[in-house]
Design a protein around this ligand. Structure first.
Ligand SMILES: NC(=O)c1ccc[n+]([C@@H]2O[C@H](COP(=O)([O-])OP(=O)(O)OC[C@H]3O[C@@H](n4cnc5c(N)ncnc54)[C@H](O)[C@@H]3O)[C@@H](O)[C@H]2O)c1
Length: 296
C-alpha cells in the first residue's frame, strides 16, 4: 500500500492523515469545505511542531510528512490512485452512503474502502458499493496521533484477506488493532456509551453531583477522565445519537438515553464544542468548572 485517500478533513480526518503521512504514505485529503482543508493542514503542522518540541521527531521528518500530503475538493480526483480510502466525513448515514457510492465508482477496483464511523453499520455501507468484501471499519480514536487503538470492524461480507491487510497496516502505523464484528456500537461504544448514560442517569436521579460521579470513576477506577467530562469531550449530541443506534439496533430498553441527556441536547448544551455541558468551558477546555445548572 502506498496511496491513501482520506475523506473528511475534520477532527478525525486530520489526525488520520497525520499518522499516515508521518509513516511515509502518500495521502490525498478530500473535503467539500475548503476552509476545513486549510484548517487541517494548519492543525497537522502544529501537531508535528508539538512532536518536535517533545523530541519525538525531527524537522526533516516534519517536512517529509507534510510533503506526503495533497488536498482535493473533489472525491473522484482525490481517490483516483488510492490503494486504501479511509472515510472520516460527518456522521450521517445518507451522506456516507452517497460518499461510498462515489468512491466505489472512482477508486481503483482493488482498493479497500474503510469507514471511521463510530456507529453506522459497516454492512449497510458495504451494501451501497459493488465491492462489499473490500469494505471494512477502521475506527481510530481521538486524538488519533496519540491514541493507540484502532477498532477494526468486519462487515458481514468483509474478506479475511482484507481484514489481514488492514491489521498489518494498522501495526505499521504504530497502532494496536483489535478486530470485532459489525453489530450496533461495535465494542468500544457498546461498552462506553451505557457507562456514560448511567453516569448521566445517576446525576438526573440526584444520587450524586457532577464532581462526585467523575471523581469516583477517576480515583476509584483509574479512568483518566470521568464519564461526564468524557461526554462533554465527545459531544452530548454524538453520545445521544450513538445511544439511539444501540437502542434501536438491539431493541433493548437498557440502552434508552437518559431524559437529562435528551434535554441537554435539545437545549444546545453539547459540551466543549458549545462551551457548556456538565462543565462550562469559557475559561478553556482544560479547566473543570461545573456548569451553573449542576452546582449545588
Ligand atoms: N470526533 C471523535 O471523537 C470521533 C472518534 C471516532 C470516530 N469518529 C467518527 O469520525 C467521523 C468524522 O468525525 P469528526 O469528529 O472528524 O467530524 P467533523 O465534523 O470534525 O469533520 C467531518 C468533516 O467531513 C466533511 N464532509 C462532510 N461531507 C463531506 C463530503 N461529502 N465529502 C467530503 N467531506 C465531507 C466536513 O466538511 C468536515 O470537515 C464520523 O463518522 C465520526 O463518527 C469521531
Amino acid at each position: 500500500m502506498k496511496n491513501i485517500s482520506v475523506i473528511g478533513a475534520g477532527t478525525m480526518g486530520n489526525g488520520i492523515v497525520h499518522v499516515f503521512a508521518q509513516s511515509g504514505y502518500k495521502v490525498s485529503l478530500v473535503d467539500v469545505n475548503a476552509i476545513q482543508l486549510e484548517k487541517a493542514v494548519t492543525t497537522i503542522t502544529k501537531n508535528l511542531d508539538r512532536q518536535i518540541a517533545k523530541g519525538l521527531i525531527t524537522e526533516a521528518q516534519k517536512a517529509e510528512a507534510l510533503s506526503n500530503l495533497t488536498t482535493f475538493s473533489d472525491i473522484a480526483t482525490g481517490v483516483q490512485k488510492a490503494d486504501l480510502v479511509v472515510e472520516a466525513a460527518t456522521e450521517n448515514i445518507d451522506l456516507k452512503l452517497n460518499i461510498f457510492k462515489q468512491i466505489d465508482v472512482a477508486a481503483p477496483a482493488n482498493a479497500i474502502l474503510a469507514s471511521n464511523t463510530s456507529s453506522i453499520s459497516i454492512t449497510k455501507i458495504a451494501a451501497a458499493t459493488n465491492r462489499p468484501q473490500q469494505v471494512i471499519g477502521m475506527h481510530f480514536m481521538n486524538p488519533v496521533p496519540v491514541m493507540k487503538l484502532v477498532e477494526i470492524i468486519n462487515g458481514y461480507a468483509t474478506s479475511k484477506e482484507v481484514t489481514d491487510t488492514i491489521v498489518t497496516l494498522s501495526k505499521q502505523l504504530g497502532k494496536v488493532p483489535c478486530v470485532v464484528n459489525d453489530y450496533p456500537g461495535f465494542i468500544a461504544n457498546r461498552i462506553l456509551m451505557p457507562m456514560i448514560n448511567e453516569a448521566i442517569c445517576s446525576l438526573y436521579e440526584g444520587i450524586a453531583g457532577v464532581e462526585e460521579i467523575d471523581s469516583i470513576m477517576k480515583l476509584g477506577m483509574a479512568h483518566p477522565m470521568g464519564p461526564l467530562q468524557l461526554a462533554d469531550f465527545i459531544g452530548l449530541d454524538v453520545c445521544l445519537s450513538i445511544l439511539n443506534v444501540l437502542y434501536s439496533g438491539f431493541g433493548n430498553t437498557k440502552y434508552a438515553p437518559c431524559p437529562l441527556l435528551v434535554n441537554m441536547v435539545m437545549a444546545g448544551k453539547l459540551g466543549i464544542k458549545t462551551g457548556e455541558g456538565f462543565y462550562t468551558y469559557s475559561a478553556g477546555s482544560k479547566d473543570l468548572i461545573v456548569s451553573e445548572r449542576f452546582k449545588k
